[in-house]
Design a protein around this ligand. Structure first.
Ligand SMILES: Nc1ncnc2c1ncn2[C@@H]1O[C@H](COP(=O)(O)OP(=O)(O)O)[C@@H](O)[C@H]1O
Ligand SMILES: [Mg+2]
Length: 275
């Protein structure tokens, strides 16, 4: 048990971090704030997304275009600028949800984080990010959030999307599903192709991504073949997607040091259901 002195000084440190965060200057230029922390310039579509305020957003993008990066950066911006915001990150596996948390933590690097684990971030201003396992929809049910993010949404189980929608019902919160296509089926495909106008559908094309080199794209086209290339880089929802390359294989082709190659170490004790 910590001594009363140590407990008191920890309490004082927490109070001081909270006061610091409450008196921190507002972010007047989110694009500059994010670019400075990422160390590179954002593409125009990423800039637009950073300050987007839609309740229901579908983002369909090529592999390695920077969709997780910008959604994580927006998460960091929201956590700093809206004290107390509750954000839930979902993806097909806990490893992928945790990757979104890791990217968010990278952008939050100078902020006062009172909790930082592979699956949970808490800022001194009360904002939280919980990375939950999309392959266990039962653990998600009943949670409440102001923002729900579903990464690699074409690869999550339909049941997860059904469990995620009510999470924002009571808070009038927002849901963003982001993905590269993975076959003409599933909740992301259904939402993308439905005529309901409740979703804003935003598509990013090869030409919108400035960091692809011509050589990389040529190599990808050659290695994947036209059909798979059209799925991975041209937002085509194929009727019978080939299983020749997994999403991970394709990410790994880019470079060993892509963010998606990051393998967080998740001690069993850091993961627990949210509520
Ligand atoms: N605007 C950008 N300029 C340069 N590199 C970027 C930009 N956006 C993202 N990246 C880099 O591209 C790689 C893929 O980004 P990521 O967000 O993981 O892609 P996706 O989620 O679309 O597969 C990462 O190394 C990331 O740092
Ligand atoms: Mg990604």
């Amino acid at each position: 048990m910590p001594s009363p002195n140590r407990a008191a000084s920890r309490l004082l440190a927490d109070i001081s971090a909270t006061l610091d965060s409450l008196t921190a200057p507002a972010i007047t230029d989110p694009v500059a704030w994010v670019e400075e922390r990422l160390g590179f310039g954002l593409d125009p579509w990423q800039r637009a997304l950073l300050i987007d305020d839609h309740q229901r957003l579908l983002l369909c993008c090529p592999r390695q275009s920077g969709k997780s990066t910008i959604v994580a950066a927006r998460t960091a911006y929201l956590m700093v600028s809206r004290p107390g915001i509750r954000i839930v990150a979902l993806a097909p596996t806990i490893r992928q949800s945790a990757m979104l948390a890791a990217k968010t933590a990278d952008v939050l690097r100078d902020e006062s984080l009172v909790t930082e684990t592979a699956t949970k971030l808490v800022l001194a201003n009360g904002s939280t990010l919980d990375a939950l396992p999309g392959d266990q929809p039962k653990t998600v049910r009943g949670a409440t959030a102001d923002v729900v993010l579903i990464d690699e949404a074409s690869r999550v189980r339909d049941e997860l999307v059904v469990a995620a929608l009510p999470m924002v019902a009571a808070t009038a919160g927002s849901i963003t599903m982001l993905s590269t296509p993975a076959g003409a089926a599933g909740a992301f495909f259904d939402a993308w192709t439905s005529d309901e106008d409740e979703w804003l559908r935003s598509q990013v094309t090869l030409a919108d991504v400035n960091h692809y080199s011509e050589k990389t794209i040529k190599t990808m086209r050659r290695r994947l073949g036209e059909r798979m290339f059209s799925q991975e880089f041209e937002n085509r929802f194929l009727d019978a997607p080939g299983a020749l390359f997994s999403a991970e294989d394709i990410n790994a082709l880019f470079s060993r040091k892509t963010a998606d190659a990051y393998e967080p170490v998740i001690p069993a004790t850091t993961w627990s259901p949210l509520f």
